[in-house]
Design a protein around this ligand. Structure first.
Ligand SMILES: [Zn+2]
Length: 198
């Protein structure tokens, strides 16, 4: 009988601290530009897929956590960039419910539209704002990654979330730049780790 695993651990790639901004980012465009640079670094570093994310405190713009895709290097289909950023934010703030950790709330910047898993994680995390770069159709068209069966009207579902507070969704921030990052991954011959593809 094979040995059964007892625990698992996910981590950012070595060198992630050197990718952090030197000053506070205040605009949506500046925050998304930072996230897209992080995704480019993950591609060049060959430390995972072409996606990155970051959690900021709203109003204060304090950076709480960053995430990059770690699925293949860490043998874990959970390790999407959004999941990494959400989980690391919860670890930093010592709570499973981000809606209770600050009166301002927290926002997630994602280089690509959340897949079906990350939609669920956004729902349960307590985040109150989601800002998206590339759309699902960009991801599926440019990289052939599969986004899964996201429910119709997913943005409205988040806007009506209860009993947790609603999630504001903002689409297409730096979408063209986000598409360019996906194109660069497709040209790099990086692996497609969608289930059934590898
Ligand atoms: Zn995902």
């Amino acid at each position: 009988m094979p040995e059964l695993a007892e625990r698992f651990e996910l981590s950012l790639p070595a060198g992630w601290q050197q990718q952090l901004p030197e000053s506070t980012l205040t605009s949506d465009v500046d925050k998304m530009t930072f996230v897209l640079q992080l995704a480019r670094w993950n591609i060049a570093n060959k430390s995972g897929g072409p996606f990155a994310a970051a959690v900021f405190e709203r109003e204060t713009n304090r950076l709480i956590a960053v995430g990059v895709n770690r699925v293949v290097p860490q043998h874990c289909s959970l390790a999407h960039a959004e999941a990494m950023a959400i989980a690391l934010a919860q670890q930093s703030l010592h709570t499973h419910d981000l809606s209770t950790a600050s009166k301002h709330g927290f926002e997630l910047f994602a280089s690509g539209q959340p897949c079906v898993q990350c939609f669920g994680m956004t729902w349960w995390s307590g985040l109150t704002r989601l800002i998206v770069g590339a759309r699902s159709e960009d991801i599926e068209q440019l990289t052939q990654f599969c986004e899964g069966p996201l429910p119709d009207g997913w943005q409205q579902l988040l806007a009506n979330r209860t009993p947790l507070p609603p999630v504001e969704v903002q689409m297409d921030i730096c979408r063209e730049h986000a598409r360019e990052v996906l194109i660069s991954y497709a040209q790099s011959d990086g692996p497609n780790y969608s289930p059934g593809r590898s």
